[in-house]
Ligand binder design. Structure first.
Ligand code: CU
Length: 147
């Protein structure tokens, strides 16, 4: 004779298995979301730093361009001895980024070669590791034309 409506051990096991399955699904979809979102840009730690980006030829065409980044402090003094990296991405998915490390050209100028692989809209994220240990990050949008 059954006195209590306690679930059978099998039912309990089924329920905890279901809970586990749901938990796994929730966690994996959260991870997928993170991965699917746009490349997280490193945080800008130096909003007081003035950064400019120039490219030649201007406007750039598919192929090689010379990019020059300038860095100046809040007083307009050039920032030298920074480490400047560039990452170019198109505004549509499925493209390989264009990466370059700029050479210190002196006077707060940093030069890099960027090889545009396709005509269209690009954005370049410039990350400058400053001598004071901070990181300046800026985004520059540009359109690359067909040669
Ligand atoms: Cu493209």
């Amino acid at each position: 004779m059954r006195l209590s409506p306690l679930p059978s051990p099998a039912a309990t096991r089924r329920r905890s298995l279901l809970t586990l399955l749901i938990l796994v699904l929730v966690l994996s979809s959260a991870t997928a979301c993170q991965r699917g979102s746009a490349q997280p840009e490193a945080a800008d730690q130096a909003p007081d730093v003035a950064m400019t980006f120039a490219v030649s030829p201007d406007p750039p065409a598919v192929g090689w361009s010379t990019a020059v980044v300038t860095l100046a402090d809040a007083h307009g003094q050039p920032i030298e001895a920074a480490r400047v990296r560039l990452r170019g991405d198109m505004n549509h998915p499925g493209m390989q980024p264009v990466l370059a490390e700029a050479a210190d050209a002196g006077g707060g100028q940093y030069a890099a070669q960027l090889g545009w692989t396709m005509a269209g809209d690009w954005f370049v994220i410039v990350t400058a590791e400053l001598p004071d240990g901070r990181q300046a990050v800026r985004r520059f949008d540009l359109r690359v034309r067909t040669p």
